[in-house]
Structures are given as structure tokens and as C-alpha cells.
Design a protein around this ligand. Structure first.
Ligand SMILES: *[C@@H]1O[C@H](CO)[C@@H](O)[C@H](O)[C@H]1NC(C)=O
Ligand SMILES: *[C@@H]1O[C@H](CO)[C@@H](O)[C@H](O)[C@H]1NC(C)=O
Ligand SMILES: *[C@@H]1O[C@H](CO)[C@@H](O)[C@H](O)[C@H]1NC(C)=O
Ligand SMILES: *[C@@H]1O[C@H](CO)[C@@H](O)[C@H](O)[C@H]1NC(C)=O
Length: 960
């Protein structure tokens, strides 16, 4: 049993190491990073975290990278991007997916150099405003599988080079302004006839002209959807079409096709939806007896020969919808037609049907509409039990039965389906900018128009179809673990082009609004056709609306430059200025009255109150600074004062008026918190006072800025010392002191801070050294008060730094203070090796475990040791290793608490001939760095300010 457990745990740890090795990534390839920066510069409204850091390492929204830090995918749908596609994109040579769908502000041409993206598999630019010709170079994208350029403004001809895309599965160029003929190969040039493996030709809603080339079709094609509707095509339907046995959906409607329908169309036994309406087709009404899969048939508005009721009227077994308007069909409508079991709609207006209409008693239970206006029907046999819509207006019948309800021009219209509240929840009224989810919760939904290009059904009141569609969409989001609570469908209608369109709303799960990454992921499911409709629904397209409900602080770096926005901004600014003036006047007066010479912390009203009342939220360090003060003390945020950057923003060195050196962490646009959260963070930070913790001096909440002002720690980080970057040499005893100091700082956070704090990102770059080489734990950016975990709260995002990350936390996402103990154990090993925890695919914890031999001197680990240590005596070395390994035990409960670690380290110090009590005194061993530091080139406060040896040492992971 025990061994089993051990094996499982070993297995887990191996998996974790593997995961860490796989996830660890060097910074984005420089050229690609530059390209992404370039794109970001060019576009407005890029995601908020695109402002700094590294595209791969810092998980830029919409950017995905491979293990070698190449950018492999860009997915940025519905974010309101504005701009053009620039030359930068060609540097992304490993790009597999580019999805910029639903950004109406993206304009201009697709540049020819798109052709250099030789790995591109998915090019998805649905619903943007790209224009000009589709470049012929697109034909060089040999790996392309998905090409979706629908709903843009592309003009000119379809490039024949698309015929070279042998792997193409999906070709959607619909809803553009494309002209000229459909290209086919001619010995010199390629053409679409070469795409024998492509399953989708969606070319409708363009201005394509000329005849449909006979050569386009062949019997070895795998085409299932052929959509050429709403073009300007002329000539006959080529008989080769009958060879494409795989065909399921055929739309040739709304063109100028002429001549007779080739008889072998009757051979297309899989075709379920066929639209030939609104053409100039002549000859006999085609024989469709063989098209046994037909569900939806529309051949209206052609000029076929006058004809008697065709035989297939009564024989097609799956028909739901029969639309034959404005044709000259005559004879009685056979009663058998209505007994086709799924029949829903029969529209036969303006024909020459005569005699008696008898729907019979065995009619389809789904039958909802029989529209036979303007025929020659004399009699209608009631009494069969059919009570749904029947329109007989314009028939002789109505001349003598004028009072019949079937003779009224306007009849009760069908009410289309619309999503209802579910599970008997009680509807609530929502703020106007929000909507109510099917679970009766108000939120900001992501929405758009979802359109079926050729559904198999026509009855819009039928909830069976639409609830299934809702469930299918929902399941697709669930399968991809997207934070979606529910979806709703409404405004369902069939538009003039026989597309079935509806308004889709997608509601966030457990939150009021989606984040930018959610939108990019949800948009991608729909733009990339990851969500696949079942056959009944046929091909679809979705046009997402821009999602405008992101938190105000998280909208992109540059504002939109549209006029309305400028007007809005100006108006807003005027109002704001007025408010500010009133506020200022009020404040100045108020100040005079109270003579309150304390800090300008008015935005933090409650603090002022608590201070006055003498209560003690320890805000003694937390001074409020004005923007002006900070600007001055950083030399106007001069570049030379920059000492680091992180995901949060930049860190500047500054000198206060009183001469004190400070480090200023300045939140960039986009990573700002709400005022309240900022206040909470300051409250937390200013309650924390320990000599082994970097202390907060103050903050600035002014002019739309959020800055935290810390004490400046002179000797940089432990990491810089270990790598020799800071010139601070650390011998064995100094390392023990640093370890003890850091341990004490952490133990304080766990045991004495109120509320207790889990650091979550313990690593050598977050341990700073002051001028006495006292360790100071820094960067509580990821810190988290423990009260949340006490409530059994499971964090959904694993945060931390690869190599230091607790495997148990990673697996369970359950955060405890033992996760910090794990990271601290890794830090102890780092103190010995002076190497990154994961280097060249090797994980220090595993290395030590594997190499360790307790029988040998130094446990046989001398090869792993930092060479600097080898020469000196290493008292307590083995105990140190034992302690480190106990900290990195697989299971948190087997790890010591930080307070126990402190005790152990003190014992080890004794073994090393030190006196832990004296050593703990902050001034006992004053130290001045012996080597000159190169012009403040260290960045002690950044999240990840520099690296060991070229590659960035950490990859932040966010587990889904
Ligand atoms: C369609 O073609 C005809 C001539 O065949 C032309 O006159 C007409 O402008 C075209 N329509 C469009 C929308 O291109
Ligand atoms: C229909 O297909 C069959 C084989 O599936 C073939 O023998 C026949 O000639 C085809 N009919 C037409 C009109 O092409
Ligand atoms: C229609 O086609 C079927 C084969 O699918 C054939 O049996 C029938 O004779 C045809 N009818 C006419 C009128 O040609
Ligand atoms: C046929 O044409 C008429 C007149 O243009 C139009 O009102 C009707 O909607 C068309 N029918 C179909 C099914 O497209």
C-alpha cells in the first residue's frame, strides 16, 4: 500500500517535472516578439496585457506559443481591434493560426507577404472590413486547412492560386464583393477544380459572374457544401454537378442561371438541402425521385415549362419544406404530400393547382403552414383536423367562402422560438446594459448573429431544434472549458436570402463579465467552426459583436480614434474637469478649515476617518504622494531611472525630497486595479512590518495613476548575487543568513500577519539584499490573504513561477502556506547550486534526489554545488540538504511549517559555527558591496526583470 502510494507520488512528480520542462520557455524569439509588438503598435484596442513584458512568457491575450517560444497562434476575435495587417506578420514564421474575426475596425488589404507564413493552417478573418483583392500569394500557404474570409469587402477575382491549397478543407469567401468567374485550371494556371479534398465551397453573396465551369466538378471530389447563391452567375447548371456524389447542401439560388436542370441531379442521393430558386431555369421541372435525402427544397421563381404535379411530391421521405412559388405547376395537390412525416411547411403560391385541397387526416404532426395563395383551388375539405395556418387567398374557393378564416390576407403569424428562463427561475430586471441569462442572472453577455446558411427545417416555433442548438453550442464551450454559464437564442427569422439568422447571447459563468481572453476563446470556437452543427442545421456562420463590457481599467493601450469616441472623451473630460474643479474647491476649503497637514489621502476617505479616531490600521508608512512629487523624484520617469519591468508595469528608482531612495512600482494602463482593490492592497501591505520584508513607504493614487512606493534595497536580489551580476559574493555563512532571513520573513507572513498571507511567488529574484546583506522578501503582487483559503476557496488560476511551483498546488489548485514552503525548499537548493531551478531541462529537485548518496561526503552532491562554495568549510551542509528535501516533499502535510524551517536553519547555523542570535541582529555584520555595480542595472522589484543566461528563467502558468 505504502509502496503503491510512493510510486504514484513518484509518478506524479515525474509528470510535474515533465510539465515544468515542457512549460518552461525562454522569452519569445526576438524577431517574433518584435513582430507582435509591431502588430500591437499598429492596432488600437489591443488586449490590456499587450503593453509590456513578453508575448509568450507573459501570456499575452490571444497569443499562444510552442515549447520553443515561437508564436504559433494569434486569436483576437471581437475585441474591437482597429488598424491594418502590417508587414510585421511575416516574421511570425511558425504561425499556425491567425484569427482576427469580428473586428470591424480592421481594414486595408491582406498584404502579399502573407504568403511567407508557410506553417499557416488557419486563416480566419471573418466579419472584418478587409478590402482589395485577395492576394495570389495566399496560394503559397501549402499547409492551409481553413480559409475563412467571409463577410469582408474583398473585391476582384478569386485568386486561381487557391487551387494549389491541396490540404484545404474549408473555403469560405462568402459575403464579399468578389467578381469575375470561378477559376478553374487550364494547364498554365491552377483553379478550384483541383481542390478535390475540400469539403466546403462557400462562395455565396458575392458578384461572381460567368457560367459555373463544367470543369469545376468531378466524381473524385469530396465536396459536401456547395454554396454559390446570391451571385450573378449565368449559363446552365453543368451536368458534371451530378458526379459529386458526396454533396449534401446545394445552393445555386439567386443567380441568373438558365437552361434546364441536368437530369443527373436526381443522382445526388445525399443532398438534403437544395435551393435553385430565383434563377431563369427552363425546361421541365426536374425529376427528383432519386433525391431521397431531400429535406428542404426551393425551386421557386424560375421559368420551367408548365407542368403537372410531379411524382416526387408524394415520395420524398424526409421532406420538411417544399417551396415552389411562381411556377406553373398544375393539377391537384396530392394528399400524400402532407403525410410525409417530418413535413412542416408547404409554400405553393402563384401556381396553377386546381381541384380540391385535401390535407387528409394522416398529415404530418409538424405541419405548420400550407400557403397555396393564388392558385385555382375550388374546394377545401375541412374536417381532417388540420388547425394550423392555411392560406387560400386568391383561389376560387375564397370567392364563395369569403368568410373562411383561410381567406384572410393576414393570419396569425407564427411566433418564433425564443429562449425562456430555465429551471423555473424567477425573471429579474437587469440594468439596461446587461441582459438576463436563461438562469435569471444579470450579466454582460457576448453576443452576435448566428446564421444557418441552409437549415433542414423551416418551422421557427419548433423548440426541439433550437433547444438542441443551444445545448450543442453550450456543450462545445463546456468541452473547451470556457467560463460560459448558458446561451440564449432570440430574434429568430428567415431573411430574404433564406438564411436563418438569430441573435446569440453567451453568458459568463460565475462572473458579471468576460475577460479579454474569454472573448478571444469563445469567438474562436465560432469563427474557426470548432463548434460543429449537426446535419439538421447545415453550415453556419457567426458574426460576433465587439465585446465592450471589459472592465474600464482593462481596455487596451490606445483608445479608438473614431469620431464618436473623441466626442465622448471630450464630453467626458469636460464633465470630469467640472467635477474636479468643484472637488478641488471643496478640498482646498476643507483643508484650510481642518488644517489637516497630513497626506492627501482623500480618495481613501475611510482611512482618514480611522486615523482621526486613533484606530490603528498601521498606515504609518503608507504616505500618499501626488503624481507631481513622484514625477519629480524620478526625473520625469526618465529611462535612466528605470530599474525593472514586470507584468504590472515599470519600476523606477527615485529620490524623495528628504533624500530617501525609493523604488516606485508604476502600474501601467491596463493593469490598474479598481480604486477599492488598490486601497485594499495598500491596506494589506501597510499592515505588514518585518525587517525581513520590503516595506511600503507610500502610494500614489493621483492623475489616474496607481503607484506603490517601496524602500529601495541597495544590493539587488539574491538571484543577482548568485549569478555574480550584482557583485555581491555570498559564501556559505552568508547564504545561511540569507536563508534564515527569508524564512523569517515568510514565517511572519504565514503566522503573524493579519490576515495571514501566502506569498505564492517565492523565488530568488524576489529575495532582496540590503546593505547589511539582510534578506528582504519582496513582491507581494501575487500574495493572497489566507482567509480565502480558510473558506475552502479553490483558486481557479495557478500562479507562480515554473520551477518553484508546488506540484500539489498545481494539481489540486488548492492553495496553502505549504506551497510557499515548497518554493522555499527549491530556493534552498538554488542557494547551493546557484543555478536556475530548471536549467537545460533539468529540475534541481529531481537532480538532487537522484544524485544524492547519504554514504558519501557532502551526500555525493559536490558536482551540483556552486564552485564558489567548494573551497570553504560547509558546516551543517547535510542537515541543510535534509531540510531542503523535507520542504519539497510531494505532499504538503509532510512539509515543515515555515516556523519549523526557521528553527532548523538556526540549528544549522550553529553547526556552521555561527551564532544565530547575533546573526539575526540587523547591523551585526555590515557589508558594503566590493564590486562596483554597473549603473543601477539591476531590477530588484520587477516580477522578472532579468535572466541568468539569455533565456528568461520563468514561465508563468495559468492552469485551466
Ligand atoms: C450582373 O451581371 C449583369 C450582366 O450580366 C450586369 O449588368 C450587372 O451589373 C451584374 N450585377 C452585379 C451586381 O454585378
Ligand atoms: C447516376 O449514377 C449511376 C451510378 O451511380 C450511373 O450509372 C448513372 O449513369 C447516373 N445517371 C446519370 C444521369 O448520370
Ligand atoms: C424519375 O427518376 C426515377 C429514378 O430515380 C425513375 O425511376 C423515374 O422513371 C423517373 N421519372 C420520370 C418521369 O422520368
Ligand atoms: C419569388 O419572387 C417573388 C416576386 O419577386 C417574391 O416576392 C418571392 O419572395 C419569391 N419567392 C421565393 C421563394 O423566393
Amino acid at each position: 500500500m505504502k509502496r503503491m502510494k510512493k510510486m504514484i507520488s513518484l509518478g506524479l512528480s515525474f509528470l510535474l517535472v515533465l510539465a515544468q520542462i515542457m512549460l518552461i520557455s525562454a522569452a519569445t524569439n526576438a524577431q517574433e516578439a518584435a513582430a507582435v509588438y509591431g502588430l500591437g503598435d499598429q492596432w488600437s484596442n489591443t488586449p490590456s496585457n499587450w503593453n509590456s513584458g513578453d508575448p509568450c512568457d507573459d501570456n499575452w491575450v490571444g497569443i499562444h506559443c510552442d515549447n520553443n517560444s515561437h508564436v504559433t497562434s494569434i486569436t483576437l476575435s471581437s475585441l474591437g481591434l482597429e488598424g491594418t495587417l502590417t508587414g510585421d506578420i511575416q516574421s511570425l514564421t511558425e504561425l499556425g493560426t491567425l484569427d482576427l474575426s469580428y473586428n470591424k475596425g480592421l481594414t486595408g488589404q491582406i498584404p502579399a507577404f502573407i504568403g511567407s507564413l508557410s506553417k499557416l493552417e488557419n486563416l480566419i478573418l471573418v466579419g472584418c472590413s478587409f478590402s482589395g483583392e485577395i492576394p495570389a500569394e495566399i496560394g503559397s500557404l501549402k499547409q492551409l486547412i481553413f480559409l475563412s474570409l467571409n463577410s469582408n469587402k474583398f473585391s476582384g477575382r478569386i485568386p486561381s492560386t487557391i487551387g494549389n491549397l491541396a490540404k484545404l478543407y474549408w473555403l469560405d469567401l462568402a459575403d464579399n464583393l468578389l467578381t469575375d468567374e470561378i477559376p478553374v485550371s487550364d494547364g498554365k494556371n491552377p483553379g478550384l477544380d483541383m481542390l478535390i479534398d475540400t469539403k466546403h465551397f462557400h462562395l455565396g453573396m458575392n458578384q461572381l459572374s460567368g457560367a459555373i465551369p463544367e470543369q469545376l466538378f468531378s466524381s473524385n471530389m469530396k465536396l459536401i457544401h456547395l454554396l454559390l447563391d446570391n451571385n450573378n452567375l449565368t449559363g446552365e447548371i453543368p451536368s458534371t454537378l451530378g458526379l459529386v456524389q458526396s454533396l449534401e447542401v446545394l445552393r445555386l439560388d439567386r443567380n441568373h442561371l438558365s437552361g434546364s436542370v441536368p437530369s443527373n441531379i436526381n443522382n445526388l442521393t445525399k443532398v438534403a438541402e437544395m435551393h435553385l430558386s430565383n434563377n431563369d431555369l427552363t425546361g421541365p421541372l426536374p425529376n427528383l425521385t432519386g433525391m431521397i435525402s431531400l429535406t428542404y427544397l426551393d425551386m421557386s421563381n424560375n421559368t420551367f415549362d408548365e407542368s403537372a404535379t410531379p411524382a416526387w411530391f408524394s415520395t420524398l421521405p424526409s421532406l420538411t419544406t417544399l417551396v415552389l412559388e411562381y411556377l406553373r405547376v398544375s393539377g391537384e395537390i396530392p394528399m400524400a404530400l402532407f403525410s410525409s412525416s417530418p413535413l412542416q411547411t408547404v409554400r405553393l403560391r402563384n401556381n396553377k393547382f386546381n381541384g380540391t385541397l385535401n390535407i387528409g387526416t394522416a398529415f404530418s404532426s409538424q405541419l405548420e403552414l400550407v400557403d397555396v395563395q393564388y392558385n385555382n383551388i375550388e374546394l377545401y375539405t375541412e374536417g381532417g383536423g388540420y388547425n394550423n395556418q392555411l392560406i387560400l387567398v386568391g383561389n376560387p374557393y375564397c370567392e364563395h367562402e369569403a368568410s373562411s378564416p383561410h381567406c384572410l390576407e393576414s393570419q396569425q403569424p407564427i411566433t418564433p422560438y425564443s429562449t425562456e428562463p430555465q429551471d423555473n427561475c424567477v425573471p429579474v430586471s437587469c440594468p439596461t446594459d446587461q441582459s438576463m441569462s436563461p438562469h435569471c442572472i444579470c450579466a454582460y453577455p457576448y453576443s452576435g448573429t448566428f446564421s444557418l446558411r441552409a437549415p433542414s427545417f423551416s418551422y421557427l416555433g419548433n423548440s426541439t431544434y433550437f433547444t438542441r442548438l443551444e445545448n450543442d453550442i453550450m456543450n462545445s464551450f463546456r468541452k473547451h472549458q470556457l467560463p460560459v454559464d448558458s446561451v440564449s437564442l432570440n430574434n429568430i427569422n428567415t431573411d430574404v436570402d433564406e438564411y436563418l439568422s438569430m441573435h446569440l447571447q453567451v453568458f459568463p459563468s460565475g462572473k458579471l463579465r468576460f475577460e479579454q481572453s474569454d472573448i478571444s476563446n469563445i469567438g474562436f470556437i465560432l469563427s474557426n467552426q470548432t463548434f460543429k452543427t449537426s446535419k439538421d442545421f447545415g453550415p453556419y456562420f457567426f458574426i460576433g459583436a465587439p465585446y465592450t463590457a471589459f472592465l474600464e481599467t482593462s481596455t487596451g493601450g490606445k483608445s479608438s480614434n473614431s469620431k464618436t469616441v473623441i466626442i465622448g472623451v471630450v464630453a467626458g473630460a469636460v464633465v470630469l474637469a467640472l467635477i474636479l474643479i468643484i472637488l478641488l474647491v471643496f478640498l482646498v476649503r476643507h483643508k484650510k478649515k481642518t488644517k489637516n497637514a497630513v497626506e492627501k489621502s482623500q480618495p481613501f476617505e475611510s482611512w482618514v476617518v480611522t486615523k482621526r479616531s486613533g484606530d490603528a490600521p498601521q498606515l504609518k508608512g503608507a504616505r500618499s504622494f501626488t503624481y507631481e512629487e513622484i514625477r519629480k523624484c524620478t526625473n520625469n520617469f526618465a529611462e535612466s531611472n528605470e530599474i525593472g519591468t514586470g507584468g504590472y508595469g515599470k519600476v523606477y528608482k527615485g529620490t524623495l525630497a528628504n533624500g530617501q531612495l525609493v523604488a516606485i512600482k508604476r502600474a501601467q494602463q491596463g493593469s490598474m486595479q479598481g480604486g477599492l482593490e488598490f486601497k485594499t492592497e495598500i491596506e494589506m501591505l501597510s499592515r505588514v512590518h518585518h525587517k525581513n520584508l520590503v516595506s511600503l513607504i507610500g502610494f500614489c493614487f493621483d492623475k489616474g495613476e496607481q503607484m506603490l512606493i517601496y524602500e529601495y534595497i541597495t544590493n539587488g536580489s539574491l538571484k543577482e548575487s548568485l549569478t555574480g551580476k550584482s557583485g555581491v559574493q555570498l559564501d556559505w555563512k552568508r547564504r545561511l543568513r540569507v536563508a534564515l532571513g527569508a524564512a523569517k520573513g515568510l514565517a511572519y507572513l504565514h503566522d503573524l500577519a493579519d490576515p495571514p498571507i501566502i506569498h505564492r511567488d517565492i523565488k530568488s529574484s524576489n529575495i532582496l539584499l540590503d546593505n547589511h546583506l539582510n534578506a528582504k522578501v519582496s513582491d507581494f503582487g501575487l500574495s493572497k490573504p489566507m482567509t480565502d483559503t480558510d473558506k475552502g476557496h479553490v483558486t481557479t488560476q495557478v500562479k507562480g513561477t515554473m520551477g518553484y511551483l508546488d506540484p500539489e498546488y498545481y494539481m489540486s489548485q488548492q492553495l496553502t502556506e505549504k506551497s510557499d514552503v515548497y518554493s522555499f525548499g527549491v530556493l534552498l537548493l538554488e542557494l547551493l547550486t546557484a543555478r536556475k531551478p530548471i536549467e537545460l531541462g533539468r529540475y534541481v529537485v529531481r537532480e538532487v534526489r537522484v544524485m544524492m548518496d547519504k554514504g558519501k561526503d557532502l551526500y555525493g552532491l559536490d558536482q551540483l554545488l556552486d564552485p564558489i562554495l567548494i573551497s570553504s568549510s560547509l558546516g551543517g551542509f547535510c542537515e541543510f540538504i535534509d531540510l531542503a528535501l523535507s520542504c519539497v516533499e510531494e505532499e504538503g502535510i509532510n512539509r515543515p511549517k515555515m516556523s519549523q524551517v526557521v528553527t532548523e536553519l538556526e540549528k544549522i547555523m550553529v553547526l556552521a559555527g555561527m551564532n544565530p542570535i547575533i546573526e539575526a541582529g540587523s547591523t551585526s555584520s555590515s557589508y558594503e558591496a566590493t564590486t562596483s555595480k554597473s549603473g543601477g542595472s539591476y531590477h530588484p522589484y520587477g516580477n522578472e526583470a532579468f535572466d541568468y543566461s539569455g533565456g528568461a528563467p520563468s514561465a508563468k502558468v495559468e492552469a485551466k
